[in-house]
Design a protein around this ligand. Structure first.
Ligand code: BTN
Length: 265
């Protein structure tokens, strides 16, 4: 049985993701190819899966270390969503993957915007990329790229050792790649369908790794002057922005970047 057949055997018949599943032993980046296929008109629900990536992409222009033993997945969707929903879609995808992993017995926490943590270390990164048409206000496509560490990497770069871990090391579970993939596809289908109602937000909030922590963010003080200021993460806006309360009691919604924790973890 191919991995594609295995994944399909786990999917419920109403799942609209998985019409086409492409599997690669090695690729530069599944997100890169997914964007290319999207531009060529590939249908919503197309899935790209790789055993390893040679040029995995992370958020904010960073690379994503993608050795054998991980799960590298890109899902091409064409949801009827406004361009302004990209951040909410990103958080929604994180909630969906979190929920899928819970079903598999792995209880992660979600670090704003879209990293999954287990025992204070990252086990999963998610990169959502939207296709923006030259005219119009709706996304042409949404690529949800997911990198999940399933087993230990003997060659993990030294700088990643204190911040990265994997499911097998933390839980002793050796999850089947096809079963986890199917669970993720199923949840993504459900969560993205209900994105307009923001129904992912309660789960996103209750399993947050960020809420209640002190974070350093760039705060606009007056005019164009901004300064790095420490505040406490207290909630999420409807667009999945991080609500930070500063010492003067003022609250601001942070809509971009990442939360840098002010205290040592
Ligand atoms: C991050 O942690 O900054 C996001 C990492 C996203 C990695 C995944 S792996 C599958 C897909 N293909 C890529 O090149 N990136 C995403």
């Amino acid at each position: 049985m191919t991995i594609q057949d295995e994944i399909r055997s786990f999917l419920l018949p109403d799942c609209s993701i998985g019409c086409e599943i492409l599997h690669f032993r090695e690729i530069d980046s599944t997100n890169r190819l997914a964007k290319e296929l999207a531009a060529q008109g590939a249908p919503s629900g197309t899935v790209l899966l790789a055993d390893r990536q040679t040029a995995g992409r992370g958020r904010m222009g960073k690379s994503f270390h993608s050795p054998e033993g991980g799960l590298y997945l890109s899902v091409l969707l064409r949801p009827a969503l406004p361009l302004s929903d990209l951040m909410a879609a990103t958080a929604c995808a994180a909630a969906a993957v979190h929920s899928a992993l819970c079903e598999c017995g792995v209880m992660t926490k979600i670090k704003w915007v879209n990293d999954l943590f287990l025992h204070d270390r990252k086990i999963c990164g998610i990169l959502c990329e939207g296709g923006f048409p030259p005219q119009g206000t709706q996304m042409d496509y949404l690529i949800v790229g997911i990198g999940l560490n399933l087993t230990p990497d003997a060659n993990l770069p030294a700088e990643l050792v204190p911040i990265v871990t994997d499911i097998a090391t933390e839980t002793g579970l050796h999850l089947s790649k096809s079963a986890v993939t199917a669970q993720i596809l199923q949840k993504l289908d459900e969560y993205i369908t209900h994105l307009p109602e923001r129904s992912f937000l309660p789960e996103y909030t209750s399993h947050s790794y960020t809420l209640g922590k002190r974070v350093a963010v760039s705060r606009v003080l007056s005019g164009n002057v901004s300064r790095e200021t420490i505040g406490t993460a207290v909630g999420f806006s409807q667009d999945a922005g991080l609500i930070v309360e500063f010492e003067d009691g003022v609250r601001e919604v942070i809509l971009s970047g990442t939360a840098v924790f002010a205290d040592k973890q």
